[in-house]
Design a protein around this ligand. Structure first.
Ligand SMILES: Nc1nc2c(c(=O)[nH]1)N[C@H]1C(S)=C(S)[C@@H](COP(=O)(O)OP(=O)(O)OC[C@H]3O[C@@H](n4cnc5c(=O)[nH]c(N)nc54)[C@H](O)[C@@H]3O)O[C@H]1N2
Ligand SMILES: Nc1nc2c(c(=O)[nH]1)N[C@H]1C(S)=C(S)[C@@H](COP(=O)(O)OP(=O)(O)OC[C@H]3O[C@@H](n4cnc5c(=O)[nH]c(N)nc54)[C@H](O)[C@@H]3O)O[C@H]1N2
Ligand code: SF4
Ligand SMILES: [Mo]
Length: 748
């Protein structure tokens, strides 16, 4: 990095903005470290060790960051943090490496007439942003520009993006990558419990005597949570429902390799056995739930023979599943993407919730219907992104909610739209139809991670103006942008994340962002000023000021955190779980779960049994495309589209870098495919060259491809859960063919 030149360009930008925006830059000047440039905050001693939450998965481990002469030089897991108590997975240990990569975005980049991206200064970038989006809005209306956010930025930044986009710029549509991940759990919880509220605390992993994992592979995706399971002293039964024999399935006591997307039949079958044998908690059902009788009538249609045929499991296995639940005194149910990413994910999640409710396994230690979140701040985006919900879990369509939020933020209630956003897939559809013509993508790599890339690439090409705000210029999405805004990453800015057990933890600036890269927070502030809505966001002056506004917004909600006085308290308490209403006593490092009093968040205080009949697979296998394609995480060292973990040579060594497909030996023999030879996986939409990894982890008729490879989503089929609009990434029809000798990946 050429520091003096960057600095002078930056100072010129700052001077221009000072002329135009006045007090904004003064605000920024008061922020330690300024825009993201400059020194590490002065409140950290140059040789300090400070702790902060990891920026990858939702486990929310605390990492100690060791500074020397003001530079973060090393990382070790915090021993005194209740989540991870001295452990971290490879991504955590390598957390600083992706910050130092040479492909970091160090200046804004604008696509010129020659079609190439070239560096421009911030004032030009922001002017272009405002001029182009305003022109689109003026011509085509407020619905013609949309934003896509993320579960990988602090809540303060997410909230500022949501407030700027919807209250400031007047956009109606914004969504984020959390749709790809958590939308199903959100809808399921809201309907069943009355609020989007994962009820557990991690200690439940250690206190259960039966743990049921449905469509979750924590050994790979949440290794430190799995570490908590390993600490369970009760010799628990561990039941895993996954079509694949994953690392977690291998470590479990019982693996149920049900056919892909047969979970609903399986769970209803288990519920029927429990009811028939009287293995239910009648007093709990009567006192704390509604809708059980209708649920029982529904599952009566799922006798063992029907369930065995649907799942491919033996009748005895289904009965054993029910017996385990019956024998357990503290049964916890956990689910992740094998459930959420399905055409009927909400129904499956609600079937899991029903099993917990009917057996009274909720609100006690070691129990719960527990959705595990994915990204470091997925829970923060659920509460504070201002996309599906109005800030703080409020409802855009309710006037009382709009007035309350406007009051807490000191803004005009008329600024708050009275309807929700289009979902991600509907935004994409609206681009296809020419209704949305401008898109602003922040901290997500849609051109790799969105379902059915063959269509998506064509659709992104239709945009009049695409802005991508990312740490790197090299992501698949940044490469398609008209304008790239260079962002600081984790470790280069302040804020808070909320982990899977609802624990709010701090992230801090311990490193300088390179070149002119700015924290997303300050990019949003600059845009607000230039757009002309800076005044409305005047109180949003720093991450901590925003945190205080957000606590006020939550007053009276199930996620009320008015008892958190500020960042110092979060630091001292070693993270704080929501809720914490003002005046609630709480001990440091305590662990709390929801529903211990048997009261749920519906007006009648009761949880609801919700249910529906299984629906047909959106794309079934056929003679031409005989395999079901499963996709997911492959290694604890690889993160999503690899923009960050791919930058560490250590992490690269721990995961496969060339695309591969897991194929059962029976299928390999039938197709004449030898181990490690090259094959092509084809769907009706696209194809992918891959190395054949011949293994019994997949069943005959099924193949698995990691999501980390760019071509994986060339294959997937764009089907969605109707109720949550979450993409069904985990089942479509493909075929596999050997490649002629000598052909290699990449040559098809
Ligand atoms: N190392 C690493 N960790 C991560 C991530 C990462 O990229 N890398 N990403 C994070 C994020 S954002 C998320 S959302 C989580 C995801 O965490 P997980 O959901 O645990 O991970 P996946 O591998 O996507 O899917 C889990 C399992 O679902 C199974 N599955 C597929 N179809 C079905 C089905 O029909 N029924 C059932 N029962 N199972 C099925 C797959 O075989 C797979 O083993 O991981 C988080 N942690
Ligand atoms: N086939 C298939 N596809 C899937 C899945 C699957 O299981 N199968 N899983 C889905 C799931 S659960 C998820 S969560 C998505 C994840 O999909 P994405 O969100 O697209 O994946 P990431 O690689 O995490 O992308 C995050 C981007 O943000 C950038 N970034 C990181 N930190 C910051 C920051 O602080 N500021 C800014 N401005 N940028 C930053 C990174 O460089 C990266 O480009 O993928 C989904 N896609
Ligand atoms: S388990 Fe998740 S939060 Fe913990 S170190 Fe690994 S990536 Fe970070
Ligand atoms: Mo995710």
């Amino acid at each position: 990095m050429d520091a003096p030149r960057d600095r002078s360009a930056f100072e010129r930008a700052q001077a221009l903005f000072r002329q135009r925006t006045g007090p904004l830059t003064d605000d920024l000047a008061r922020v330690p470290g300024g825009f993201g440039l400059g020194q590490v905050p002065t409140r950290l001693a140059p040789d300090a060790t400070t702790s902060m939450i990891c920026g990858f998965c939702s486990t929310g481990c605390s990492l100690d960051i060791h500074l020397r002469r003001g530079e973060a030089i090393n990382v070790s897991p915090s021993v005194d943090y209740p989540v991870n108590v001295g452990t971290a997975c490879p991504k955590g240990w390598e957390a600083l490496t992706p910050l130092r990569s040479p492909d970091r975005a160090t200046s804004p980049m604008l696509r010129g007439k020659n079609g190439k991206l070239s560096p421009v200064e911030w004032p030009t970038a922001i002017d272009t942003f405002v001029t182009r989006f305003k022109a689109i809005q003026a011509r085509y209306g407020d619905e013609s520009v949309a934003f896509l956010g993320t579960g990988q930025m602090p809540s303060e930044e997410l909230a500022l993006l949501g407030a700027l986009g919807k209250f400031g710029m007047g956009l109606l549509h914004g969504d984020g990558n959390t749709r790809q991940c958590m939308a199903t759990a959100v809808v399921a919880y809201k309907e069943s419990f009355g609020f989007d509220a994962p009820p557990y605390t991690y200690r439940d992993f250690e206190e259960s005597d039966v743990l049921v994992f449905v469509g979750a592979n924590p050994c790979i995706a949440h290794p430190i949570m799995w570490g908590r399971v390993c600490k369970n002293p009760h010799r628990p039964a561990i039941l895993v429902v996954d079509p694949r024999r994953t690392e977690t399935a291998m470590a479990a006591t019982d693996h149920y390799p049900a056919l892909p997307k047969s979970d609903l039949a399986l769970l209803y079958g288990v519920a029927r056995v429990l009811i028939e044998r009287g293995w239910i908690d009648r007093p709990f059902i009567d006192a704390h739930t509604t809708g059980f009788d209708e649920f029982a009538a529904r599952v009566a249609d799922f006798p063992l023979d029907r369930v065995a045929a649907a799942t491919g499991l033996e009748r005895g296995a289904i009965e054993r599943f029910a017996e385990h639940i019956h024998r357990g005194k503290r049964v916890s149910f956990w689910w992740t993407m094998g459930v959420n990413q399905s055409h009927e994910g909400v129904n499956v999640a609600q079937a899991i919730i029903a099993l917990a409710l009917m057996t009274g396994n909720i609100g006690r230690p070691g129990t719960g219907a527990n959705s595990i979140t994915g990204q470091c701040n997925a829970m923060g985006s659920r509460l504070f992104s201002n996309t599906t919900n109005l800030l703080g879990g409020h409802d855009f369509t309710r006037e009382d909610h709009r007035r309350k939020v406007a009051g807490a933020l000191d803004i005009d209630p008329e600024r708050i739209p009275s309807r929700g956003s289009l979902a991600y897939d509907q935004i994409i559809e609206a681009i296809l139809k020419g209704k949305i013509r401008g898109l602003w993508v922040v901290a997500t790599n849609s051109a790799h991670s969105w379902i059915n890339q063959a269509d998506l690439h064509d659709i992104l090409g239709r945009l009049d103006f695409l802005v991508v705000q990312d740490m790197y210029t090299t992501t698949e999405t940044a490469q398609r942008a008209h304008l790239v805004l260079p962002a600081a990453g984790w470790g280069e800015k302040d804020g808070t994340f909320i982990n899977s057990e609802r624990r709010i933890g701090l992230v801090k600036k311990v490193a300088r962002a390179p070149g002119q890269a700015l924290a997303d927070f300050y990019i949003f502030k600059l845009i607000a000023e230039a757009w002309g809505c800076g005044d409305m966001l005047r109180r949003w002056s720093s991450p901590e000021a925003v945190f205080r506004l957000l606590t006020e917004v939550t007053r009276g909600q199930p996620c009320d955190i008015t008892g958190i006085t500020g960042y110092d308290m979060i630091e001292k308490m070693r993270g704080v779980q929501w809720p914490l209403p003002e005046g609630t006593p709480v001990e440091a490092a305590s662990e709390r779960r929801l529903f211990e009093d048997g009261r749920f968040f519906h007006a009648d205080g009761k949880a609801r049994f919700c249910h529906a009949d299984p629906e047909r697979l959106p794309e079934a296998t056929s003679a031409d495309y005989p395999f079901t394609l499963l996709t997911g995480r492959a290694s604890s060292s690889q993160w999503h589209t690899l923009t960050r973990t791919g930058k560490s040579s250590l992490l690269r060594k721990l995961g496969a870098s060339d695309p591969y497909v897991e194929l059962n030996p029976v299928d390999a023999a039938a197709l004449g495919i030898a181990p490690n030879t090259h094959v092509v996986v084809q769907s009706r939409r696209g194809q992918m060259a891959a190395r054949a990894f011949i293994t019994r982890t997949v069943q005959p008729g099924q193949v698995f491809v990691p999501m980390h490879f760019a071509r994986t989503n060339q294959l997937t089929f764009a089907a969605f859960d109707r109720r949550s609009r979450q993409p069904a990434y985990k089942a479509c029809a493909v075929r596999v063919k050997p490649l002629p000798d000598g052909k290699r990946s990449g040559e098809v």
